[in-house]
Design a protein around this ligand. Structure first.
Ligand SMILES: Cc1ncc(COP(=O)(O)O)c(C=O)c1O
Length: 431
């Protein structure tokens, strides 16, 4: 069946009338190549079908939550069984205790867990717990790093007051000297330092976890009495069965876990060490749906698979095959890719592509060939992706490279002029 997008276009038109901007957040396709679908119908394993029923091998995994494959049989059976008992009740089900025990058993630095719905809930809760514990005000955050969509951390300026960020200070992401400088500037008043396990902002090359930065962040926090918060919302269980800095020998005081915990069911968590138990118990935090039992049942089933299966080795293997295959293929077609970050969370940018014209054309060509790739956001590998799927992906991307090569590369259109401004902002942040 040939690729069409008429239903998607129809839905976008309807959405424009009843949803502000037609769509919001990163679910808006306004910055993506024009043909990218915005609406999807269904998914299974590693496959995704859009509103027009075009089938894709999906490398975005719902922007992270799909770790084991969509509609995973064991996870969905656990969720269905809990649904038969009830979901959002007058209080939590006993499985909340079980789930907290499971997470505490898996994460080396964790002695307690609190559950919520989204990553932003968990990162925001971390600021409150750290301030309650330390009695200090400042939260140090990597410049340009995404920690969610609340006023203290949202990337968009609209509707945000400078007062909302009065006590948020910034350092150059993953730069120990810049963190030391920020720490010095706010000495005596730093409640927490936020870090991500590695650099993973949009529009930029990613990095690998950096032991020097991790150790220095720990040392500076200890010297200042500040809490080190590792924001693992994007990375949870994709790099490790423990927290992502366990392999570096650096333990955070708090970490936010999100996205994958329930393999797509809405649940996130804040976990922390013994010394923060009292502060965590003292803050008032809650939400009408934070105690729903179905996502907790899904999380218990997901984490059992995380502990007992070779999912991590498999996503590392398929991620490696994809990276190596694309590098070879790009070279064969006369292009050079910058493939950065851990292979389980690939970021694929083109060399000599200052305005991402090549990347936009190539990812759009891949989408039309049934491979959902992203031009500027890190992608995600899920455990349902097989080696045969990687081979099918490479067959399609070969066609996408050939289509790109057939273009007049000097005159490729800049489909989304707003990308220029994003790239300038990304360059300024890394300067
Ligand atoms: C590192 C990081 N922190 C926090 C968040 C916010 O998570 P959520 O969108 O679930 O609120 C995200 C979301 O992408 C993230 O990547």
């Amino acid at each position: 069946m040939s690729w069409t997008n008429s239903r998607n276009a129809e839905l976008k038109e309807r959405a424009a009338k009843v949803i502000p901007g037609g769509m919001y957040g990163h679910e808006s396709t306004a910055l993506l190549p024009a043909d990218f679908p915005q609406f999807f119908r269904r998914a299974d394993g590693t496959r995704l079908w859009d509103a027009d029923d075009n089938e894709y091998i999906d490398y975005m995994c719902a922007y992270g939550p799909n770790l084991l494959g969509y509609r995973h049989a064991a996870v969905d059976a656990a969720a269905r069984a809990q649904m038969e008992l009830g979901d959002t009740l007058t209080g939590p089900s006993e499985i909340m205790v079980t789930l907290a025990e499971v997470l505490v058993g898996m994460l080396g630095h964790a002695e307690w867990a609190m559950f919520c719905k989204n990553g932003t809930d968990a990162t925001s809760m971390a600021t409150v717990v750290a301030r309650a514990h330390t009695g200090k005000r400042k939260i140090l955050v990597g410049r340009g790093v995404y920690h969610g969509a609340a006023p203290w951390c949202s990337p968009g300026p609209a509707g945000i007051l400078s007062d909302d960020r009065a006590h948020i200070a910034y350092y150059r992401d993953q730069d120990p000297q810049s963190l030391a400088d920020a720490m010095k500037e706010h000495a005596g008043d730093v409640a927490a330092v936020f870090a991500t396990p590695f650099r993973h902002e949009t529009f930029r090359d990613q990095a690998q976890p950096d032991a020097t930065f991790a150790r220095e962040a720990r040392r500076l926090c200890d010297a200042e009495g500040a809490m080190l918060v590792l924001d693992e919302v994007r990375t949870s269980f994709r790099l490790s069965r423990d927290h992502a800095w366990a392999a570096l020998g650096v333990a955070p005081d708090l970490s936010s876990c999100g996205k994958v915990i329930g393999n797509g069911q809405p649940i996130s968590a804040l976990v922390g060490g013994e010394h923060l138990r009292k502060a965590a118990g003292s803050v008032f935090v809650t939400g009408s749906f934070w105690f729903s039992a179905v996502p907790m049942a899904a999380a218990i089933a997901t984490l059992k698979i995380v502990r007992e299966s070779d999912y991590l080795e498999r996503i590392t293997r398929t991620g490696t095959l994809l990276r190596e295959g694309l590098a070879r293929q790009a070279a064969d077609h006369g292009f050079a890719l910058r493939q950065t970050g851990p292979v389980q969370m690939p970021q694929i940018l083109f060399e000599d592509d200052p305005e991402m014209r090549l990347g936009y054309f190539w990812t759009a060509a891949a989408v039309r060939r049934g491979i959902y790739l992203h031009p500027y956001h890190n992608m995600f590998i899920n455990a349902a992706l097989s080696e045969a799927d990687v081979a099918a992906t490479l067959e399609a991307t070969d066609g996408a490279f050939a289509a790109l090569k057939a273009q007049d590369l000097k005159h490729l259109p800049l489909e989304r002029p707003a990308v220029r401004e994003r790239l300038e902002r990304a360059a300024a942040l890394s300067a």
